[in-house]
Design a protein around this ligand. Sequence first.
Ligand SMILES: Cc1ncc(COP(=O)(O)O)c(C=O)c1O
Length: 974
Amino acid sequence: MTLFDFFESVELPIPAITPEQARDIAENHFGMNAEITALGSQQDANFLLHGASGDPVGVLKIANPAFSLIELEAQDAAAAFIIAGEGIRTATNVEPEGVPPIAQIDSDEPLFARVITYLSGGTLDEDVYLSPVRAAALGDLAGRTCRALAAFDHAGVDRVLQWDLRHSIRTVELLAPHVTVTARRDAVESAVAAAWQVVADLADDLPVQVIHGDVTGDNVVCDPDGMPNGLIDFGDLTRSWTVSELAVAATSVLRHDGAEPATTLPAIAAFHAVRPLAPAEVEALWPLVVLRAAVLVVSGLQQTSIDADNAYATDSLANEWRTFERATLLPLDVMTAQIRHALGAARPEEPITADAPLIADLDPRDIVRLDLSVESDAIDAGAWLDTECEDHLADDAIGAGAAAVITTFGHTALTRSTTLSETSPATVATGVRLWPARSLTIVAPWSGTTESAETGEGVMLSVTGTTGTVQIRGKLLLDDSGRESVTAGNVLGTIEGPVWIHCLRHPHPGDSAVPDFVRPEYAAGWLDGVSDPAALFGLPPAPPLAEDSATLRHRRSLAFAEVQEHYYEHPPRIERGWREHLIATDGRVYLDMVNNVAAIGHGHPALADAVARQWRRLNTNSRFNYGVVAEFSERLAATLPDPLDTVFLVNSGSESDDLAVRLAMAATGRQDIVAVAEAYHGWTYLTDAISTSVADNPNALTTRPPWVHVVPSPNAFRGEHRGADASKYAPEAVAIIERLAAQGHPPAAFIAEPFYGNAGGLALPDGYLRAVYAAVRAAGGLAIADEVQVGYGRTGRWFWAFEQQDVIPDIVCVAKAMGNGQPLGAVITTREIAEAYRTQGYFFSSAGGSPVSCVVGLTVLDVIESERLQENALTVGDHLKARILELGNRHRLIGTVHGSGLYMGVELVRDRTTLEPAATETAAICERMRELGVIVQPTGDRSNVLKMKPPMCLTRESADFFVDMLDRVLSTGF
Ligand SMILES: Cc1ncc(COP(=O)(O)O)c(C=O)c1O
């Protein structure tokens, strides 16, 4: 029996079978009476069979008549082999009693039909986002498939398919004429020629075995968490290079929303962990991805040309082009080096040295190296956003006596970072930039050839020797000798102004392909091919890079108690902040939507300056008599209504809540406290006792001491009483307080956040605090307002959140925003209640109210006022809320938007009627938002609320960026 050969029968229109005929085939040949839905395919006719209940009962596959029976039998055998070998779910033949598994349905033509089992779980929709864990699961599946099939053989596998990458060059040559746009055809042909050249040289070293050949999003089925764990469609089963299995899977990763070459790395690493790649396979992998992408393009075009009605092929075309563009985004050697790095290889460290110094009249000791890194102390506040920042810094160093100033090879330059962007900016330097204080003489560092050309950025001179090529670009004056061949030490011209210098590790005459800066995701790949040019004029190697985030996190886990958790599984290393931005060491700028503590913004110069001044002058404790403690206490008390006029200064929210409870106990001589469900008030013994949130402590509700009494969370969205019924929460709480009093346990205090931050930023029901405060006071207790996170103007409409409820508490606790991150907290109460503390002794906190803390507190109040941040919280907050509410019209996951000003919560639900919390979705959304440059986190007892409490200086543009990214994630997946 002859096996299929694509090059003998190039055109493969799918068998013309109507759904009616399909129904007859299912009934007549397999005894299955089923409803039929046509499925898409490149070359077979596939139909989904539904049983009486509507559930799928199998898939009817009518193979293209070009394929022989033995090929179909090989595919069925391979599926069974994989189940036995690796336990991977695969679709096998449904074999109703007495019916052969493969039926010839046309006596004139070799048209074969099978019914295979329907695997539940759905495929990986290629139009949407693929998370790194899902990409890794796909790579793992491809690796396990290869591992299982390594021992498989069959007479039906030696076919010649256009999908077998061993034939990719022939396939593209044959089908390229279908690419009618010349520029596109040229792009395909040149990419394929370069990729094939690499693969052909490696071919003898590439292991060969039977492979599935099509482990792609369309052909895997997923578990209930969306992780690929099953495999369908063995129609491309063939003997081929083993690594092709991975190349095909990696190419399919590129099809997903927002994917780029780096998106494939988790899949590649996961494959390698299961089926280690040999060195030749690593080298061949990306060229094979390019070849696969090219084959998909030309085959798609061919299919649509012969089968214009094949909607499946037509719809795929735009995606095939996009995949090809992504596959060819980077030079092959750069991506291959990046893959080597992802699989654990180190990049070459030793710099290339010169036979003669590249710059003759420059003493290395007179060169100043600019630190442009994220941690550089030379760059103050937001100065990097000034495009000429590098030039200013260089001018300063030259003014201070440097003969030349250079940047650092291989380091991140914060100066090349942008503000918010959904992809990382190109920040890693592949060479050095040099500013001369005077004209400097350029010398050939080695014997070889020179070339020069005018570029948009000045003259480019390159000198190529046997070890490498050095390129100098910028303000150069070249010797007019016109010679092309030089000896080490020959003078070539002078440097007259700023230049870029690159040193390529391999001779690249005429090649100017290395960008000055590359994105961190590809830095390892690019840097593999370049060396530190500073070594060519005698400078020691660049200082080592800051340790990466994973190494740092490991170090932290060894020394820092792990119960102090961190955000994200793989957190970026954040070392700088500016306004509402946080900046990672790779130069990525994130929008900080969670730091309510940094109320006036990160890195505020006024605060930094005030603190530095005060530290130089005095820092001591409040038992001394100094001005700022009085001034700050007056300012703080002045923000509150009478009779709240007496201030305690402490160091945190926990301390302020703890002190408030102790004051209440002291003032009333009682111990019982009434707290609200879902609350967090701190980590000290007392504040932990009154914290009821199960998100912070899963055992919270069962382990409260007997003196803590919990009233229901007054949640009008999802609590027991919703909407207008939320007015019932107040009488319920009042009844609990009255019952306590009647039972002889009248409470010392009722404590609550006056705007419910911890539950997700909910406003309390109207009149709630008025009624509950009245009840607790009637019972002789006090009302404590925990304004630790919601106070200080954040809610926009009110400076203190209790104003929203039109009440005046007896004790107010504040922290967080008050110090903008400096440990600072306060309790403000009446003189009488404050005096009650005397029954306990006297109050002292070593650092509470210190001069530095008071200066911080005063400066924060000044900035909130002078920069009108409360007003900003209102206008930007309203804009943000309106835009998210609009998203809610399009995305059903958005259950509601809680909050006011810049304290908001977007509550995500799976069903707007049952309000089933979308907790796993919320976590996944936060992960993808981080990839897109936004730091946002889940909150609430059900972890299904996106908490939004950014620095109060958030701009409208940043708010829009947040909403645009959320829209993108909700539209394209997470
Ligand atoms: C409402 C509330 N109270 C008190 C605290 C405790 O504050 P700190 O972490 O400063 O001790 C927090 C902290 O998250 C809080 O949200």
